[in-house]
Design a protein around this ligand. Structure first.
Ligand SMILES: *[C@@H]1O[C@H](CO)[C@@H](O)[C@H](O)[C@H]1NC(C)=O
Ligand SMILES: *[C@@H]1O[C@H](CO)[C@@H](O)[C@H](O)[C@H]1NC(C)=O
Ligand SMILES: *[C@@H]1O[C@H](CO)[C@@H](O)[C@H](O)[C@H]1NC(C)=O
Ligand SMILES: *[C@@H]1O[C@H](CO)[C@@H](O)[C@H](O)[C@H]1NC(C)=O
Ligand SMILES: *[C@@H]1O[C@H](CO)[C@@H](O)[C@H](O)[C@H]1NC(C)=O
Ligand SMILES: *[C@@H]1O[C@H](CO)[C@@H](O)[C@H](O)[C@H]1NC(C)=O
Ligand SMILES: *[C@@H]1O[C@H](CO)[C@@H](O)[C@H](O)[C@H]1NC(C)=O
Ligand SMILES: *[C@@H]1O[C@H](CO)[C@@H](O)[C@H](O)[C@H]1NC(C)=O
Ligand SMILES: *[C@@H]1O[C@H](CO)[C@@H](O)[C@H](O)[C@H]1NC(C)=O
Ligand SMILES: *[C@@H]1O[C@H](CO)[C@@H](O)[C@H](O)[C@H]1NC(C)=O
Ligand SMILES: *[C@@H]1O[C@H](CO)[C@@H](O)[C@H](O)[C@H]1NC(C)=O
Ligand SMILES: *[C@@H]1O[C@H](CO)[C@@H](O)[C@H](O)[C@H]1NC(C)=O
Length: 749
């Protein structure tokens, strides 16, 4: 028995040796590998034994030729000043080369690199630091997969690169800087086996010429995030095997052809952020496998294709920011049992929001803001157990805030609630009315912007322990700012501009944990949202899109009736990015401590009764991009810094004793410039002069006042940023203003 066992062991041992002998690697290949290893600074590869076929990452064939070199995610780094070695080009029998997810640096246009890799089938160099251009032609007749994604390659992708690539199934060059046209002739007339094409995140330009229709097996075509223009190539609709078309973020124009309904297997259609126009194909809904249809931010018009309501597999339906219209009550959602995200924001839908929407049990996000839809919040909405994003504002006739809030409190997952411009003129539900309050425990963003709500800031808000953003801009809220706001553990964005708040700036607000401590802010981190939110940094700036709540430590309290001193404790809010206290009645000096706010980008203290000097320490505020202290009682020289002098004189005007650049009046250098004393009369003649209705709406700048207690001054260009945190839509802005002005005319006659 023991002998038999020994014999068995011997057998294995000897057979192993024979095996190794057969595989003994070719010495010249061994030296090619070694010279590659020599170029690496880290890590040390354990490539020491005689037979290179046993080395890590190496596989040989029967003849001892190296066929596989696979060292993905090994942290490979080249020595300083050394490029990716061309020695690998000598491995003439290589079929699999996978060096993805390393830090390899170098250019591929050293033609030697691929020189003799005639047998290559799999080439994966993705996620490295490769640059240079692709060789225009390669003898890659056996190649099946090319992944060069996430590098820094540039230049054109020449069609001749694929000339002999009969068996290519997948080609991925996403996230490089390739330019020129998409090589549409990549598809060979006879033998194309291409299934996956990914050109996204490059600089490809020009129109997509025809040719892709010849790829008779194409399943995925991605070329999003490029500079492609022209219309969708007609012949792509001949590729009936297509399952995904993603061409988002280009400049494609023209209509979506009716022939798209040929693509029976299509599951994903993403054409968002282009300039597509025209009416959507009536029979789009023939695409019965559709799961994701994203057409946001185009110029599509006409009626919504009702046939889509037959696509029972739909998960995501996003058509926001178009000119689509129609009676939304005609849509019957009851077949869309998989629907998770619905975004029809900023279109021309009207009619009553259909109840059938509540039958989509998996809905996580609903956004229909900026339409003319008649909304009523029905108790059935509570049956949407996953609902976390709800944006219904800027529509018609949403009334009864108390009842609405009571219902919505039952949506336990709700994280984003936007009801802007609703409940016009109602009263903020007070804490008695919200007595059995146990809802909104997951609320992150509460947006009641432009609701013209009266009442005070209710204490039930103090129970929203996860609240990050509170947007109550443009209401008629009275009373003082409660000190408990400063204790909300996650509050980072407080928007209460254009209200009638009075009293002082509470010292306690200076202890907001998220703004005081970077550690707290970091702990909260980025929070993913089911739908993106938009933010425009300026009136004419491009709309930015965020799929998460970004860190916006802002306090906007402008255009209220706040008074007293700006507390010196303000210096504790050291992470604050924006502070707007404009158009209030703040008096006293500007606290020196504001210069502790090292990251401050927007500081607006204009139109108050502040006196004294502009603190010299303001010269240390390096991130200021908007600054305004105009129309106060400030005096003395404007401190000199590259930052402060870069603003227009308008940022300082209306302070009679203020002097120095950029104001035209020079400072008297002889007498030590002292804090000037300006009589309040001066101030009064300067302010309170121009009745609100002269304020020009036509200028397109925000001009509304709900209250009459803040100093009324002709609004100037600095006041152009209308801030609606969640759905910042600049071009709808004038509609809002017009509405508001009309309502004020009624109120003030
Ligand atoms: C080793 O490879 C070289 C070419 O790289 C070839 O000339 C030589 O014949 C090979 N040796 C053996 C033993 O196969
Ligand atoms: C690769 O092959 C070329 C010639 O074919 C030779 O000059 C070069 O030295 C080889 N490189 C290595 C590292 O073996
Ligand atoms: C290096 O590889 C050999 C076999 O090829 C092995 O015996 C040895 O333990 C390895 N050394 C290290 C440090 O991994
Ligand atoms: C390369 O290796 C990585 C890591 O194992 C793997 O995920 C990837 O699929 C490989 N590439 C190819 C083209 O097979
Ligand atoms: C292409 O693939 C087929 C099937 O796998 C194979 O028979 C043929 O040899 C391959 N052609 C080339 C040029 O590699
Ligand atoms: C593109 O690659 C860079 C690294 O080169 C990476 O940081 C970035 O996230 C990638 N972008 C995308 C969209 O994958
Ligand atoms: C291409 O590569 C990128 C990054 O590696 C990856 O995210 C993407 O899914 C790939 N495309 C296809 C079609 O597989
Ligand atoms: C594509 O971009 C290049 C420069 O990046 C330019 O020379 C060329 O004219 C552009 N092509 C088209 C069709 O716009
Ligand atoms: C698409 O297919 C139709 C037939 O189904 C054919 O008549 C037409 O020429 C094809 N279009 C292109 C551009 O290949
Ligand atoms: C569509 O997909 C099904 C199932 O995946 C497949 O059997 C069928 O061949 C595909 N049709 C086309 C035209 O590719
Ligand atoms: C939806 O499908 C049904 C049956 O399959 C069909 O009768 C109806 O016309 C379709 N509706 C639309 C709007 O296409
Ligand atoms: C919606 O369609 C379902 C069947 O799919 C039907 O039972 C229901 O009555 C329809 N609802 C409306 C409002 O048409």
């Amino acid at each position: 028995m023991a002998n038999a066992f020994l014999f068995f062991l011997l057998l294995i041992f000897s057979s192993n040796i024979t095996f190794e002998n057969i595989h003994a690697c070719n010495q010249s290949e061994r030296s090619s590998l070694l010279s590659f290893a020599l170029t690496l600074s880290s890590p040390q590869l354990n490539w020491t034994s005689a037979d290179c076929c046993n080395w890590e990452g190496i596989t040989c064939n029967q003849g001892g030729w190296i066929t596989h070199l696979q060292l993905p995610s090994k942290g490979l780094k080249l020595k300083e000043g050394i490029f990716l070695s061309s020695s690998l080009g000598n491995l003439t029998h290589l079929t699999h080369l996978n060096l993805s997810h390393n830090s390899l640096y170098g250019s591929l246009d050293q033609t030697e690199f691929f020189l003799s890799m005639n047998d290559l089938e799999i080439l994966d160099l993705s996620n490295n630091l490769l640059f240079g251009v692709l060789p225009s032609s390669q003898p890659f007749s056996h190649i099946q997969m090319v992944d060069l994604s996430n590098n820094r390659l540039h230049g054109a992708v020449s069609s001749s690169f694929f000339q002999e690539a009969w068996n290519l199934t997948s080609f991925n060059v996403s996230n490089n800087t390739f330019s020129g046209p998409i090589p549409s002739s990549i598809c060979h007339p006879s033998s194309s086996s291409l299934r996956h094409l990914d050109f996204s995140f490059n600089k490809f330009n020009g129109s997509i010429s025809s040719g892709l229709g010849k790829c008779s097996k194409l399943q995925v075509f991605r070329a999003g995030y490029n500079y492609l223009s022209g219309s969708l190539p007609e012949d792509i609709f001949n590729s009936t095997t297509l399952e995904e078309i993603s061409l988002l973020r280009n400049s494609l124009y023209g209509a979506v052809s009716d022939r798209i309904s040929n693509l029976n297997n299509l599951t994903t259609l993403d054409l968002s952020y282009n300039q597509l126009s025209g009416v959507l194909p009536l029979h789009l809904g023939k695409l019965s496998k559709l799961k994701h249809i994203l057409l946001d931010f185009n110029h599509l018009e006409g009626s919504f294709p009702f046939s889509l309501m037959n696509c029972t597999n739909l998960v995501e339906l996003r058509m926001g920011a178009n000119n689509l219209g129609g009676d939304i009550s005609m849509l019957n959602f009851s077949k869309l049992s998989q629907l998770s995200k619905l975004d029809l924001r900023q279109n021309n839908f009207f009619g009553i929001l259909p109840r059938s929407l509540y039958s989509c049990k998996f809905l996580k996000a609903i956004r229909v803001a900026y339409n003319n839809i008649e909304i009523k919040i029905e108790p059935e909405i509570r049956s949407l157990k996953s609902l976390s994003f709800l944006s219904l504002g800027m529509n018609k006739r949403l009334t009864n805030i108390k009842e609405s809030m009571r219902i919505l409190m039952g949506c336990k997952r709700l994280a984003v609630l936007s009801l802007a411009s609703s409940f016009l003129g109602e009263e903020m539900p007070n804490s008695v009315e919200m007595a059995d309050f146990n809802g909104f425990q997951n609320l992150l963003i509460l947006d009641l912007n432009s609701c013209n709500l009266s009442g005070i800031i209710p204490s039930w808000l103090s129970k929203l322990k996860k609240l990050l953003v509170l947007d109550l801009n443009n209401n008629r809220i009275t009373g003082s700012i409660p000190s408990w706001l400063g204790t909300l553990p996650r509050l980072q964005t407080l928007m209460m501009e254009f209200n009638q708040l009075s009293g002082e700036f509470p010292k306690e607000l200076c202890t907001l944990p998220m703004v005081v401590s970077g550690q707290t802010a970091a702990q909260v981190g980025r929070i993913y949202l089911e739908l993106p939110i938009y933010y425009s940094p300026g009136a004419h700036a491009k709309l930015l899109q965020y799929n998460y709540i970004f860190y916006t430590p802002f306090i906007h309290l402008g255009h209220n009736c706040l008074s007293g001193n700006i507390p010196i404790e303000i210096g504790q809010l050291q992470l604050l990015h924006q502070l707007d206290l404009s158009a209030n009645n703040f008096s006293g000096n500007i606290p020196d401590q504001i210069s502790n706010l090292k990251y401050i980008e927007v500081l607006d203290l204009s139109m108050n009764d502040l006196s004294g000097k502009i603190p010299a320490s303001f010269t240390g505020l390096n991130f200021l991009s908007r600054f305004n202290v105009s129309y106060n009682n400030l005096g003395g020289p404007i401190p000199s810094s590259t930052q402060l002098q870069s603003f227009n004189a308008s940022a300082f005007e209306g302070n009679l004793k203020l002097c120095g650049a950029p104001l035209p009046n020079k400072c008297e250098t002889t007498t030590g410039v002292d804090t000037p004393d300006i009589s309040t009369q001066d101030v009064d003649t300067k302010k309170h002069q121009i009745p609100w209705f002269y304020i020009s709406v036509a200028l397109g700048f925000i001009t509304g006042f709900w209250g009459v207690c803040g100093p009324l001054v002709l609004m100037r260009k600095w006041r152009y940023v209308y801030y609606h945190f969640l759905d910042n839509v600049q071009d709808r802005f004038h509609v809002m203003i017009a509405k508001r002005m009309a309502s004020m005319k009624r109120r003030f006659g």
